[in-house]
Design a protein around this ligand. Structure first.
Ligand code: MG
Length: 470
């Protein structure tokens, strides 16, 4: 049937007039309309360690409130089950093996490592700085402690924090074995604090790390001019062992020392949100709270809990990589619980979409734009999660299903060596998030579909040489 002329005219006007106008608006977002971004990244926080994710005794009132006002993501993943690769992936929007920030031999960077995040990688900070943002990094870096790799050489205007994990650089005088972890003192770990490129304290006084990170972060927020957008990356050193908290939080939590540490982080989140309100920028700021990997369960009660998920840090079971994630953006976010798939790698594409920044070109990105689910405009475009341990593809999630091709325990747990699953194991993660019921035999077509996905994934993959083995 022929369309009436008036309908045709409307279509022409829309195509000729309004559409280019809309596109132009999206492209030249004025500096003041660009949202600020704050990423609060914990270290080794478990899926079950927050009140709003079901912990029975750790009190997290500010995070719980953030969850009510914002979004609680229940199927959000880090890109790796240990620190260095996970952090590299968040900041670059790429799987760690594309940048060489992983290894099958040394799982993270150490104080004697020579490598780090290559200069050829483009971080979220570099991308946003190009789009007019002020950028600050506070906290644990762990992407290379030599000068060329430090935050101020990777797009951040300023840096305050420790360059690697707080259990490294063990002092010769420290007690042997695990006593220095389970009865921690700052002087057992000769970890430095850097300001930009300069060492300003060694050993770091770890009891006040969370407190001082918070002060640096809120100072940065309060000092920003109204007409310049900002990106703050606050990577807490806690609750990675050895556990420390400032005097106000000593012996407060029913969960003991670990609970004290989480309750101080909760206070810190409250300080950040309050400082955004006080600066009058809360309604123009997206805050993301998540963690680099799951709980370090072999640290006994000094490690966290993955709740109903299996295993923890170091493994590619859900407990190793599914993170308790919250997003907050007053007046813009669609509040509620989000069960869509998301990854820390998606922050790069999401921030690009929301700010009008140009995503890095000339490389493969593993980053999906989550602005649809954040603003209630549509579902997450992400359909799969690749679970890597170093360079080894261990498991793949496609929508609700997860196939394990290989398995390995975390730190001394079974199986001790990397073991092929022959045949592969299949779990329906929406019905069985604890990965208890292997349904491979009944669903060969699902495994075949995921096998095909792996073939496509591998055909595009060019792993870079490891930076962690130098
Ligand atoms: Mg970690």
């Amino acid at each position: 049937m022929k369309q009436p002329l008036w309908l045709f005219m409307i279509a022409v006007i829309a195509a000729a007039g309004l559409l280019p106008l809309c596109i132009a608006r999206a492209a030249d977002k004025s500096e003041t309309s660009k949202p600020n971004f704050v990423v609060i990244f914990c270290d080794d926080l478990g899926y079950g360690d927050l009140g709003c994710f079901g912990h029975p005794t750790i009190k997290t009132p500010r995070l719980d409130q953030m969850a009510i006002e914002g979004q609680r993501w229940t199927q959000f993943y880090s890109a790796a089950p240990v620190c260095t690769p996970s952090r590299a992936a968040l900041l670059t929007g790429r799987l760690p093996l594309r940048s060489g920030m992983c290894s099958d031999r040394r799982r993270v960077l150490f104080p004697n490592s020579k490598g780090g995040l290559p200069a050829s990688e483009v971080t979220i900070a570099e991308m946003l700085r190009e789009a007019g943002y002020a950028t600050a990094c506070v906290g644990k870096w762990h992407l290379g402690h030599h000068e060329e790799f430090l935050p101020t050489n990777h797009g951040f205007d300023s840096y305050f924090g420790i360059p690697y994990s707080n259990d490294m650089d063990r002092a010769k005088s420290a007690p042997k074995g695990r006593t220095s972890i389970f009865q921690p003192q700052s002087e057992y770990f000769e970890v430095p604090i850097l300001r930009d490129l300069e060492e300003i304290e060694r050993p770091a006084h770890q009891t006040t790390l969370t407190l001082r990170y918070t002060q640096q972060a809120t100072k940065f927020i309060s000092e920003q001019p109204k007409d310049k957008p900002f990106f703050l990356y606050l990577a807490h050193s806690m609750p990675h062992v050895p556990l420390f908290r400032s005097p106000d939080f000593e012996n407060q939590s029913l969960r003991g020392l670990y609970g004290d540490v989480i309750e101080e982080i909760d206070w810190s989140v409250g300080q950040i949100l309050d400082s955004l309100e006080n600066a009058g920028v809360a309604e123009n700021t997206l805050v993301v709270f998540t963690s680099d990997n799951g709980p370090w369960t072999s640290q006994l009660d000094h490690g966290g809990s993955a709740g109903l998920l299996h295993e923890g840090k170091g493994t590619t079971w859900e407990g190793g990589m599914r993170e308790p994630t919250l997003m907050w953006w007053p007046e813009t976010i669609q509040p509620g619980t989000v069960a869509d798939l998301g990854s820390t790698m998606d922050l790069l594409a999401t921030f690009a979409a929301l700010s009008g920044a140009q995503k890095p070109s000339g490389r493969t990105l593993d980053s999906f734009d989550l602005s649809g689910p954040i603003t209630g405009q549509g579902p997450s475009p992400r359909e799969h999660i690749f679970y890597y341990r170093g360079y080894q593809l261990m498991a793949v999630r496609h929508r609700e299903y997860k196939v394990h091709y290989q398995q390995q325990g975390s730190y001394g747990t079974e199986p001790k060596k990397r073991t092929k699953c022959e045949p592969p194991k299949l779990y329906h993660l929406e019905i069985d998030p604890s990965e208890r019921y292997n349904i491979a035999a009944e669903n060969p077509e699902v495994i075949a579909e995921i096998d095909a996905l792996v073939v496509t994934h591998r055909s595009s993959l060019k792993p870079a040489p490891s930076q962690l083995e130098h």
